[in-house]
Design a protein around this ligand. Structure first.
Ligand code: ADP
Length: 410
């Protein structure tokens, strides 16, 4: 079978099996599978393959005679998903390569009730062995790695091959769901803390501090800083959500990162002065040049310089230099001379809400989202962030993007 046809059969067979499982009420599709892979489905697939390979298109509902039927083994082998056929005793009679790879040791002749002992996915097989046309079940494993599959079981009936079992890997989808749930829980918690504080101040102002002028002034100040904290969080959450909604930057142009860094440093002069930090730019006359969104790359540089002011002001200076990686990638390094970061934290710094010291981050008006935003922007630009740090000696945050031309030394 030509390679293109084979890929096509894979997709078609997988789609058909999932249709049948998802639409168990759809008599047409389920019935098509019930005829058996070596019968109706095979003829149908063969018809489509022949059509794709130059045969005459057939009209809907009409059988195109003279087409070569594809044996069940070939269809099973062509399926990208792990799949197997089992007989009425629940013994595997055919197992495709993908299933062998996913479940090492799973071979023809295996008693499925023993192999998958204790798993709720066996309920799916029992339902079909009991006469149902299809069933869906879940299969999960914790070891050696955590994996989750949806298992579609479909009745075939004729001969040895009694049913078809197709495994769809759900591991990534479950991971994404878990990350999303954690994110919502974290975001709600971060917003609830200042909200609870404001509610507490308001209650005190209504009650014990009702006529206390000094307390009122102090509480209003505290409430203001809590609401500003909520506003910062919401701004950062909105930035993240905007970045997630549009997979690529909106306005891409050739950007001179050196010039951008100078502009950002100037715009942060009050922040750096208040932190007692000097920003030193050791950059070429022009460049480094990359293609990207000036707004988003401004945000990257700003977040990194602000972080150096927040957590490394003790080093008194921030050094911005050009970075490159074999001429292919270009970027900047923002280096500080502060306390540095312990190595166990470094791989987690770009996770949302991850902070080395939550209280310090709050004191510094942090949200825990700054580096997550930086990483997101760089990923959209096919770039990356490299963090190097030595405790007591400071940290260097380098970002690199595909380069768009030479820079000139000063
Ligand atoms: P935050 O809003 O808390 O600053 P970020 O995502 O920007 O969140 O940074 C995550 C954490 O990384 C910070 O809370 C801080 O612990 C650490 N961090 C970031 N930059 C530096 C730095 N230059 N020096 C030391 N620690 C840093």
């Amino acid at each position: 079978m030509p390679h293109t046809s084979r890929a096509w059969v894979t997709a078609a067979a997988a789609t058909l099996a999932s249709w049948a499982a998802a639409a168990s009420t759809s008599i047409g599709v389920t019935a098509a599978l019930a005829i058996g892979l070596s019968g109706g489905v095979a003829a149908w697939l063969a018809a489509r393959v022949s059509q794709r390979d130059g045969g005459a298109p057939q009209s809907k509902g009409r059988t195109n005679t003279g087409l070569r039927a594809v044996p069940a083994t070939d269809i099973l082998a062509a399926m990208a998903s792990p799949a197997l056929l089992f007989d009425r005793r629940g013994i595997a009679v055919q197992v495709n390569d993908s299933a062998r790879k996913a479940f090492p040791g799973l071979e023809t002749g295996i008693v499925l009730r023993q192999w998958f002992r204790g798993s709720p996915m066996l309920d799916g097989m029992e339902t079909v062995l009991g006469g149902a046309s299809s069933a869906q079940a879940a299969y999960q494993e914790k070891r050696p790695v955590e994996r989750a599959f949806r298992v579609d079981v479909t009745l075939l009936k004729p001969g040895e091959e009694f049913g078809l079992m197709v495994f769809s890997d759900q591991t990534e989808a479950l991971k994404v769901d878990r990350i999303r749930a954690d994110f919502i829980a974290n975001a709600s918690h971060e917003l609830r803390t200042p909200l609870t504080a404001v509610a507490g101040f308001l209650e005190t102002l209504q009650g014990p501090a009702r006529n206390d002028e000094a307390a009122r002034e102090r509480f209003i100040g505290l409430m203001l800083s809590q609401t500003q904290r909520m506003a910062r969080l919401i701004d950062d959450l909105l930035s993240l959500s905007r970045l997630e909604t549009n997979a690529t930057p909106e306005k891409v142009e050739r950007v001179d990162l050196g010039r951008l860094a100078a502009t950002v440093a100037a715009s942060l002069s009050t922040v750096t002065r208040d932190a007692g930090v000097e920003v030193q730019l050791d950059l070429p006359m022009a460049g480094p040049f990359v293609d990207g969104s000036p707004d988003e790359l401004t945000q990257v540089i700003q977040n990194l310089i602000e972080n150096a002011c927040k957590y490394a002001a003790s080093g008194k200076r921030i050094l911005v230099t050009a970075a490159e990686d074999g001429g292919r990638d270009a970027g900047l390094t923002i280096r500080d001379f502060g306390p540095g970061i312990a190595s166990e934290h470094i791989p987690r710094l770009t996770e949302r809400f991850y902070r080395v010291d939550v209280q310090e981050s709050r004191n510094q008006k942090g949200t825990g989202l700054g580096l997550a935003i930086v990483k997101h922007i760089l990923t959209r630009h096919r770039g990356r962030l490299v963090i190097k740090s030595r405790e007591g000696a400071g940290s260097a945050f380098t970002f690199l993007l595909p380069s768009s031309g030479d820079s000139q030394r000063m």
